[in-house]
Design a protein around this ligand. Structure first.
Ligand code: PHE
Length: 435
């Protein structure tokens, strides 16, 4: 017997879950550095323009398609035209691979929470990777995700999102205040936000703003579509998407204030990604008073942010099995939780003593480049072409404009039809050849 398809328990639950998906480790470990090195405060101009013009439109489209067809991305695209099911499957694969290494990074975060409190011998990132901590933490992260997802949309994802949001803010706000009050914090804030307007003419900045905006809003992964597919009410998608974008951006900006205050107060070099979090920030915490407590809060912040994102990625393949193969929730969750951790193993081992790599690039980084950057962009281009060129305009506009005070018109769709796929294509071509 098949159960009826689940829905969100409340509209607020949907908003919290979508913010939870958008606000992830990207907001904390990527956004600040990108701003700092791409024109400081001036970067916020291209970032805001891209968010408003392209981010908002793409987000509304994903939600609208999911809400209209009330099914997985494979079936949604298949309803537009049968052959497009393959594109849906392609997106499911991309999201699953990205998820597999996102779980590895989440495992590192949990592992650092443990070593920071109990085992300083392994605080050095290389030493850490030689220990068993990354492996046990990876397994623990998979189990936590499993326990939440097994409970479904309302009792699993929605509950985690609400609690996650409260815990997240309860950690972020005191950490940021603490950071800003440190001596020399102003220097960090200056580096972070002082606008370098000349840089606005540099196309790299625009390409970086585009990549960061799409990643941060979780665009192109099918997660927004899937979350939209559990939406029952006739809520305005324009309003919902605006709230999500404002929150995501505000949190990223605040995270930057926190990070740069800490980094500059302790005379460290700001850096990007893995080394910012596991090297620079760890050294900062080791030097400061109450560092273990603040470090524990910092890694818990990352953990909560990352968990509400990984949950949303998991839901993409789970809903594909439920809606396309008509498997029960339990069976779908079970299958997905066998496959995705297995796909994550090579990434997990790439930083360990086994050093798994290809062409001298660690597998995790390679996966990120192939699937997270190029695969994702291709999936976003195909999605926008299918929806904007092939979906019945009336149906699309009905879902897009439902209850919205600001109506999107036919002519706006026409502009998007050309500009959205081309802009994403230009960004990847630029990345491939010019950076
Ligand atoms: N938006 C998340 C971040 O900023 C990443 C993410 C992408 C999460 C897609 C879920 C789906 O880290």
């Amino acid at each position: 017997m098949l159960d009826e398809r689940e829905h969100w328990g409340s509209y607020a639950g949907f908003i919290f879950a979508s913010i939870g998906s958008a606000v992830g480790i990207g907001n904390i470990w990527r956004f600040p550095y990108i701003v700092g090195t791409n024109g400081g405060g001036a970067f916020l101009i291209p970032y805001a323009i891209i968010m408003i013009v392209f981010g908002l439109s793409f987000m509304i489209l994903e939600f609208a398609v999911g809400r209209y067809y009330q099914t997985s991305i494979i079936e949604c695209l298949g309803k537009i035209k049968h052959q497009f099911k393959w594109v849906g499957l392609f997106t499911v694969i991309i999201s699953s691979v990205v998820l597999s290494y996102y779980l590895v990074i989440l495992g590192w975060i949990l592992g650092y929470l443990l070593v920071l409190n109990f085992d300083h011998e392994y605080l050095d990132f290389d030493r850490f990777n030689e220990s068993v901590y990354p492996i046990i933490s990876f397994i623990a992260i998979v189990i936590i995700n499993f326990l939440v997802l097994r409970k479904g949309i309302k009792n699993g994802i929605e509950k985690l999102a609400k609690w996650g949001m409260i815990v997240f803010l309860a950690l972020l706000i005191p950490l940021t205040i603490n950071g800003i009050l440190l001596p020399n914090a102003e220097e960090g804030i200056e580096f972070y936000l002082t606008p370098n307007v000349d840089k606005l003419l540099d196309s790299t900045i625009w390409a970086n703003a585009f990549g960061q905006a799409f990643f941060s809003l979780s665009i192109g992964f099918g997660t927004l579509l899937v979350y939209g597919s559990y939406l029952k009410g006739k809520h305005s998608l324009f309003k919902s998407s605006s709230i999500i974008i404002i929150f995501d951006t505000a949190i990223a900006i605040i995270a930057g204030l926190m990070i740069f205050s800490f980094v500059f107060a302790y005379n460290m070099e700001p850096d990007v990604g893995v080394s910012l979090i596991f090297k620079v920030m760890v050294s900062v915490f080791l030097e400061m008073e109450f560092g273990i407590l603040l470090g524990t809060m910092f890694f818990s912040l990352l953990l909560v942010a990352g968990l509400t994102s990984s949950i949303s990625l998991f839901q993409v393949p789970i809903s594909a099995l439920e809606d396309s193969l008509k498997y029960s929730r339990n069976k779908s969750v079970f299958i997905v939780f066998i496959i995705i951790p297995l796909v994550g193993v090579p990434s997990l081992l790439s930083y360990s003593i086994y050093d798994l790599s290809l062409f001298e690039i660690p597998i995790l980084d390679l996966m990120d480049e192939i699937f997270g950057t190029y695969g994702l962009s291709i999936s976003a281009i195909l999605f926008s072409i299918i929806v904007l060129w092939f979906m019945d305009k009336k149906k699309l506009l009905t879902s897009v404009n439902m209850n919205s005070s600001l109506k999107i018109s036919h002519s706006y769709l026409k502009v998007m039809k050309f500009s959205l796929p081309s802009v994403i294509a230009i960004t990847i071509i630029y990345r491939l050849f010019f950076s």
